[in-house]
Design a protein around this ligand. Structure first.
Ligand code: PHE
Length: 447
């Protein structure tokens, strides 16, 4: 087999360094940061979760992202065939299959939340949220989420937008949007943090978010922190392997992954710093689940000068962030259909979107299915995927070949041995322990 076989033309690579980071960050930064992170922090008792989340992100998720980038770039192929091609006639191709399944399940509920976001963007522009009382804001969300018909319509719009981007191909689609609009979203969130800090009781929210109460540490907290870190960084299911195949050889994998992690963390952290002051100022229950963002943020916009304008921009930019993430999910499914059924890009996109639509409809009809998909993907499938990916890297790739991928084109990576230690021991062992603990807790054995 040819080593480093790369079937893509150079136009498929991202045009600039910023392009590569922006696209990977575009995948990472999305509803996971602004919608999922705060609601999980709220359910898991605040700062203790945050501490675990930071530790996992640095010691576990960044090394996994680097490993995925390296494998993707080395094979030059999307996740569906990367592992298979580097280890022909073996069972490692299962990583690709698992990745497709995970991407597909996430897409099914992700687009529903994207649809809610679009609905909130339109509602803000129309001024329908302006001046509502806190109770009315909460009702606004419950009436939407309990109405499958509306959820499905708005989801279809988002799925359509995602499909339109995917049908154009990677570079034309993603790079353009991520580069300009994501920094804007970031700026807007910073402004919102400043406003949130001055809300009455706002500082109680900050202390919930930042001051750990170790009595709240449970098996679930640990499980959720790992899952949220994987979800937020888009790792363990092949998106970053696929994006790795678009990276240039001269790109420094270690710094790219670290930059993505920093940006991703900052957006999540700042979202928490907006939402928790609001939670305490407006008497919202922090552990109320997936609606948290939607029942808190409209209140703060109602108390900001030019709030309607801010709200409209914020939700619109969040829509864009959601699209750059859902594009990277759909891309995994599309690559699979292209390869396995020899479909063209357009046909593959259409079929993948229709499948996601069908499962999306199921999720919007049943909150249970929605939550099961949400939990199983982040807390079970992504850790299993990540576990297999690191096993593959250390057991299947010769160490010097793996290292060479990080040091291509004279890039130096002095911390390789420390990194390798994490990938070889820390990552798989931590995932195993957390899993074993979780299974025991599920079975009711222990604590
Ligand atoms: N990381 C994305 C987000 O935070 C979600 C995602 C997960 C995207 C996995 C691609 C793959 O919104």
């Amino acid at each position: 087999m040819k080593k480093n076989a790369n079937p893509k033309s150079s136009t498929d690579k991202f045009s600039t360094k910023l392009g590569a980071v922006a696209a990977a960050a575009g995948s990472a930064v999305g509803l996971g940061n602004v919608w999922r992170f705060p609601y999980i922090v709220g359910e898991d008792g605040g700062a203790v979760f945050l501490i675990l989340y930071v530790i996992f992100t640095i010691a576990i998720s960044i090394p996994i992202m680097m490993t995925e980038f390296a494998i993707g770039r080395k094979s030059g192929l999307p996740v569906t065939s990367a592992y298979r091609s580097l280890a022909p006639h073996s069972k490692w191709g299962v990583i690709g299959v698992l990745g497709v399944l995970t991407a597909f399940l996430i897409s099914s509920y992700y687009n529903i939340v994207s649809g809610w976001t679009l609905y909130y963007a339109v509602s803000s522009m129309g001024g329908w949220l302006s001046g509502l009382s806190e109770v009315a804001v909460a009702d606004y969300f419950s009436s939407l989420s309990a109405d499958p018909f509306r959820c499905i319509i708005w989801m279809m719009l988002m799925l359509g937008a995602t499909a339109a981007v995917v049908a154009q191909g990677v570079q034309g689609g993603i790079e353009k949007y991520s580069k300009i609009l994501m920094p804007l979203l970031f700026l807007l969130i910073v402004v919102m943090v400043v406003r949130a800090l001055f809300l009455p009781n706002g500082l109680d929210g900050i202390s919930f978010f930042l001051k750990p109460d170790f009595s709240k540490l449970t098996t679930k907290t640990v499980f959720d922190a790992l899952g949220q870190s994987f979800f937020s960084m888009s790792i363990g299911m092949g998106t970053m392997t696929t994006y790795g195949s678009y990276l240039r050889k001269s790109e420094n994998i270690a710094t790219t992954a670290s930059h993505v992690a920093v940006v991703d963390f900052m957006v999540a952290f700042l979202s928490g710093a907006v939402i928790f002051p609001c939670v305490f100022a407006f008497g919202v229950n922090p552990s109320q689940g997936p609606g948290l963002v939607f029942v808190t943020l409209p209140n703060i916009f109602n108390q900001m000068p030019m709030g309607q304008l801010f709200a409209s921009f914020f939700f619109l930019l969040l829509v864009v962030a959601a699209i750059t993430s859902s594009v990277s999910l759909l891309e995994v499914v599309v690559a699979y259909l292209k390869e396995s059924f020899k479909y063209g890009r357009r046909k593959a996109t259409l079929v993948a979107s229709l499948l996601c639509l069908f499962f999306g409809i199921l999720c919007s009809l049943s909150q249970t299915i929605f939550s099961v998909f949400d939990n199983i993907t982040a807390n079970v499938l992504m850790p299993i995927g990540a576990f297999l990916i690191v096993l593959f890297a250390v057991h299947r790739l010769p160490k010097d070949e793996f290292r060479a991928e990080f040091e291509a084109h004279g890039v130096s990576f002095r911390l390789f041995n420390a990194f390798y230690f994490l990938v070889k021991y820390a990552v798989p062992i931590v995932i195993l322990i957390i899993f074993a603990n979780g299974i025991l807790a599920l079975l009711g054995i222990s604590y």
